[in-house]
Design a protein around this ligand. Structure first.
Ligand code: SF4
Length: 588
């Protein structure tokens, strides 16, 4: 590979051809501030439109300042990153951005976690000399299920556009117009709910301001908790415990399962349950469906469609319904763990506890904002009463704990309540890419072969590459598996399957980077892949430490089948735990 020698701030640097000044500076520990630039390391996601001009540097022999994110290094280049000219330019750019930005930082959804605010402080902006009259905004605010869009706060960095179009290939957001009138918008300026948006929220996760934020449902939860006529129960998704601690200053990947259960109890929930219980239930249903289809296929039943696709991720299901309506019979009909939990809570736990369905409030804590949308789907309610009433994100839970003045760090570790709080290690790893499939394989192998699985960890299904394939030996039968995370990768797999170029027995898809650990309801990953990897490793640690690691060994799941459901895929199980999909091709 051709090497290039240059100096940055008098430091000699040697880099490969094609390296930008920004990348070269970072290699030698020189920090250049950025705003529109975004790099999801190791995931092939890079946004460098050179639009904001915050990262400008001085290059000897060049009259104009150069955007370091979009300028390649050349041999002998002499770069200076902090000259008065550079600092002045960055401050002027920031002042111009702030000149037509709303000045409501104290009450802004991103207050305290805003890259624009941080950068303005770093650049020492203490007054705004140029003020454009932003009082008469022409932009409508858009509240769509789980997303809030406030274009007055958009700085046209276009990170959301990169995420929506290049990474997720959803195509809901794009920049329109030119110059002063340019804005990021949906086609025809629809609300996101009318656009092809799938509510993965990855645009929110990378927005440096509050132009795109998640909606806040904490008020609804506090209101339910204060209502003496209601029994309020809560379920927490696997990925939440791997990230909640970050909101309290702990290192990414610190597991706070016990403190989280204690905090929920202090907040006043009547029962603290675990979505992991429902993840084990998902494996029982989805695994049975998988084995039924593979068994039928191997016996020559040509009506059986393979591969089977996982159905835990509501953003993926939206994407699927819009883009692959010709394959609607292929995803597993199993509901997501959030919705399975809701169905069991309202139809089993409520009866068992003598609580009327309408007096039971089911709250979910999710790493995900698509779940806020999912619970509103008509098929997940009965006579207008939803199976899951309110979904809040990891970040919203942290905010509730802080609002209630609970000293999170001094809480003892507590357990979940029973019966819907018991889970196995297989359920815990649902929170990371490849985890659903690994959990399914642990159960499906034993059911298919009738043998005990000796090797529980399927390392071939783990990792962070966007598309991974593996063949798992089911006692002489090779089961071919594909795992994709991020919807652009899913599209590549789906197009290959549709064209007949790819063939698998089972495919797992998760919409977010790294799976749910990178969900938009988590503390924002800001493009830092090491945070996602640390969260993922913590879930594997929790799995390894669990006494039971296969879903079909969860004693409370076995009891649920014995007392109530009968067996996996029974008529009642089908009625409560399975769903169907719709053709939404008209949305794209
Ligand atoms: Fe939600 Fe997880 Fe899907 Fe992301 S991957 S949209 S967090 S279910």
């Amino acid at each position: 590979m051709d090497k290039i020698k240059l100096t940055i701030d008098n430091k000699p640097v040697e880099v490969a051809k094609g390296t930008t000044i920004l990348q070269a500076a970072r290699q030698v520990g020189i920090k250049i501030p950025t705003l529109c630039y975004m790099n999801l390391e190791g995931m092939g996601v890079e946004n460098r439109p050179g639009a904001c001009r915050i990262c400008v540097v001085e290059v000897e022999g060049r009259r104009n300042l150069a955007p370091s994110c979009a300028t390649d290094c050349t041999e002998g280049m002499v770069v200076r990153t902090t000259t008065p000219k550079v600092l002045n330019a960055r401050r002027t750019v920031m002042e111009l951005i702030l000149s037509n930005h709303p000045k409501d930082c104290l009450v802004c959804a991103s207050n305290g976690d805003c890259e624009l605010q941080d950068l303005a402080a770093t650049l020492g902006i203490r007054e705004i000399r140029m003020v454009e009259n932003a009082a008469f905004s022409t932009y409508r605010k858009d509240y769509s299920f789980s997303l809030k869009r406030d274009m007055d706060k958009c700085i046209i960095c276009r990170r959301c556009e990169s995420m929506c179009n290049d990474v997720q290939t959803v195509g809901a957001l794009g920049a329109i117009n030119r110059g002063f009138t340019s804005v990021v918008a949906t086609a025809f300026e629809q609300n996101l709910s009318d656009s092809p948006c799938v509510f993965c929220g990855q645009c929110v996760a990378v927005c440096p301001t509050a132009a795109l934020t998640r909606t806040d449902d904490t008020g609804k939860v506090f209101k339910a908790l204060a209502d003496p006529t209601k029994t309020v129960i809560v379920q927490t998704a696997p990925a939440v415990r791997a990230a909640l601690g970050e909101e309290f200053g702990l290192e990414p990947g610190t597991l706070v399962t016990g403190k989280m259960a204690a905090a929920l109890r202090r907040l006043g929930f009547d029962k603290v349950f675990d979505t992991d219980f429902a993840a084990d239930l998902t494996i029982m249903e989805e695994g049975s469906e998988l084995l039924g289809r593979i068994g039928g296929f191997l016996n020559g039943d040509t009506s059986i469609k393979l591969p089977i696709f996982t159905s835990c991720c509501p953003a993926w299901i939206n994407f699927f319904e819009q883009n692959y309506p010709d394959m609607l019979d292929q995803p597993s009909s199993a509901k997501s763990p959030q919705q399975m939990f809701g169905a069991i809570a309202k139809n089993y736990f409520a009866k068992k506890s003598g609580i009327k369905r309408e007096d039971l409030v089911v709250v979910s804590v999710m790493p995900c904002i698509a779940k806020k949308y999912e619970l509103t789907r008509n098929e997940f309610s009965s006579d207008g009463n939803r199976d899951v009433d309110i979904s809040i994100s990891t970040a919203e839970l942290a905010s509730m704990i802080k609002m209630a003045n609970i000293d999170f760090m001094s809480l003892p570790d507590e357990d979940f309540d029973h019966p819907l709080g018991e889970s196995t290690g297989a359920a815990v790893i649902f929170g990371t890419t490849g985890g659903v499939m690994e959990a399914a394989v642990r159960t499906a192998y034993e059911v298919f072969t009738g043998k005990t699985l000796e090797r529980l960890e399927f390392k071939e299904l783990r990792g962070f590459e966007g598309i991974r394939t593996a063949s798992v030996d089911f006692n002489g039968t090779a089961i071919n598996i594909c795992i994709a995370h991020q919807l652009g990768n899913a599209r590549k797999v789906m197009d290959g399957i549709r064209k007949g170029e790819l063939s698998f027995h089972a495919v797992e898809v998760m919409a977010c980077p790294g799976g749910c650990i990178g969900g938009a309801g988590q503390p924002y990953h800001k493009g830092n892949a090491s945070i996602l990897k640390a969260r993922s490793q913590s879930l594997y640690r929790e799995d390894a430490a669990k006494p039971l690691r296969k879903s079909h060994e969860n004693p409370y799941i076995l009891k649920l089948y014995e007392e109530f459901l009968g067996q996996p895929m029974s008529e009642l199980a089908h009625h409560l735990l399975h769903t169907h999909y719709f053709d939404k091709h008209h949305k794209i």
